[in-house]
Ligand binder design. Structure first.
Ligand SMILES: Nc1ncnc2c1ncn2[C@@H]1O[C@H](COP(=O)(O)OP(=O)(O)O)[C@@H](O)[C@H]1O
Ligand SMILES: [Mg+2]
Length: 421
């Protein structure tokens, strides 16, 4: 069996790792991949959004299954193109991926479906947007409508900050992605991530997790793509999960269906949970990163049957089971991330770290046979433990074995849950 994974982040290394360990022992191809995926299969010199190039590769090499990792290829219609040629694809088509590709579309669907989420308004005119913000008051949240790689959202503490964010976005700071802004009421509570597999009809929620969006300890500093995650997130209690199933997934899928849109793949709900009531912060149309590293580490048994069931419309709960052991993923990043950062620094200690944890690669590359940095988030060091405290200890033991010039990581991943337990 041949499996093609599209993307080059930590999520894709985790997917390749899980696929590789499947009892079907598939041959793995990753486009374009990183130094981690190169060790599990063949990296292809193709850009993840190159629909033409990837389709051509598929025609020549006939993958039995293609798993699309990132949002960008999904939003340009990678799944549509491959399916049109008869290939089996895990990931939503372009119309369904709009749930992530346009925050306005996601809000409109949620509002129509009665999904709990914050009140909002959409603007293309900065003066009108600023007027709305002055009326509404702070805190308030300003979001670029389109894909902005985790950089398009400002949680404004003051009206002045909100106005600045509006002028930045509508002034072109995010290109086309920011030509419309969504302005949302501020939600209080604690965040959690739920990933669900969907086959067009059935929904199976995966183990819960919690990401850490801010760059620095104590949840300080700028928002990032995510600095670490743990699973499960006990804040997502059984009662919360039941609400997520009925009030978020069932209602959203029903509304999409009304509009003739079928969803297959992963639908990620970013939640704010306040007093046992979840509200949706955003949808992502793919596996989260770094949540996937934590969640897939706890998945027992094969993954291919569940992914194929999503393609075939035969998804059921019994295809998936979880170890009770919690997991933790610590992201190691390059100095300067989420701003500018250097590349090409040699990474040492990977073999020593692997004795304590699974080291998922994100922004890495091979240069003269050595693993070097090639992105902002460089590694996702992931460990299990008999309890959360032990998982955290195992992950940090591994992290401390790894070094390169300017490496940094948060030292407080899972702090909320550790304080509670
Ligand atoms: N309405 C809101 N209330 C409070 N915090 C929010 C709200 N919307 C977003 N945030 C914060 O900003 C982060 C990023 O927003 P999100 O909508 O997930 O955008 P993206 O992941 O595309 O950058 C969230 O994880 C959350 O911490
Ligand atoms: Mg988000």
């Amino acid at each position: 069996m041949k499996v093609l994974v599209i993307g080059n982040g930590g999520r894709e290394h985790a997917l390749c790792w899980k696929l590789k360990n499947d009892s079907k022992k598939p041959e793995i191809f990753c486009a374009p991949g990183n130094a981690g995926t190169a060790a599990l299969g063949t990296n292809l010199d193709l850009v993840a959004t190159d629909v033409e190039g990837i389709t051509e590769w598929a025609r020549a090499h006939r993958p039995d299954l293609t798993v699309i990792g990132p949002e960008a290829p999904l939003c340009v219609g990678m799944a549509d193109a491959l399916e049109a040629e008869g290939f089996r694809v895990f990931g939503p088509r372009r119309a369904a991926a709009e749930l992530e590709g346009s925050k306005e579309f996601a809000k409109e669907i949620m509002k129509a479906a009665g999904v709990p989420t914050s009140a909002y308004a959409v603007f293309t005119d900065a003066e009108k947007a600023c007027e709305y913000v002055r009326e509404r008051g702070a805190p308030i949240v300003i979001k670029a409508d389109g894909l902005a790689a985790g950089k398009g959202v400002t949680v404004a503490e003051t009206v002045e900050q909100a106005e600045e964010a509006i002028n930045d976005a509508l002034g072109g700071a995010f290109g086309d992605a920011g030509s419309r802004v969504v302005i949302e009421d501020f939600l209080v509570g604690e965040e959690a991530s739920i990933l669900a597999l969907i086959d067009g009809e059935h929904v199976v929620m995966l183990a819960s997790s919690q990401d850490h969006k801010r760059a620095f300890d104590g949840d300080l500093g700028p928002n990032t793509g995510g600095m670490g995650a743990y699973s499960p997130a006990p804040i997502a209690t059984d009662a919360v999960l039941e609400k997520v199933r009925t009030e978020v997934y069932d209602r959203t899928l029903a509304e999409l269906k009304k509009r003739g849109i079928t969803y297959t793949g992963v639908l990620y709900a970013g939640l704010m949970i306040d007093n046992g009531q979840p509200s949706v912060v955003e949808f992502n149309c793919r596996f989260g990163d770094p949540e996937t590293q934590a969640v897939l580490s706890r998945w027992e048994g094969d993954i291919i049957p569940a992914l194929e069931a999503c393609v075939d419309g035969t998804l059921s709960e019994d295809l998936i089971s979880w170890t009770a052991e919690p997991s933790v993923c610590i992201v190691m990043a390059a100095a300067g991330y989420p701003g500018d950062y250097p590349k090409g620094d040699e990474i040492s200690g990977l073999a020593e770290a692997a004795e304590h944890a699974v080291v998922f690669h994100a922004g890495t590359a091979l240069k003269d046979g050595k693993v070097v940095t090639a992105g902002g988030r460089v590694l996702g060091v992931t460990a299990l433990g008999t309890d959360l405290r032990e998982a955290v200890a195992n992950a940090y033991t591994a992290v401390e074995k790894i070094s390169w010039k300017g490496a940094f990581y948060r030292k407080d991943i899972a702090h909320r849950e550790l304080k509670r337990s």
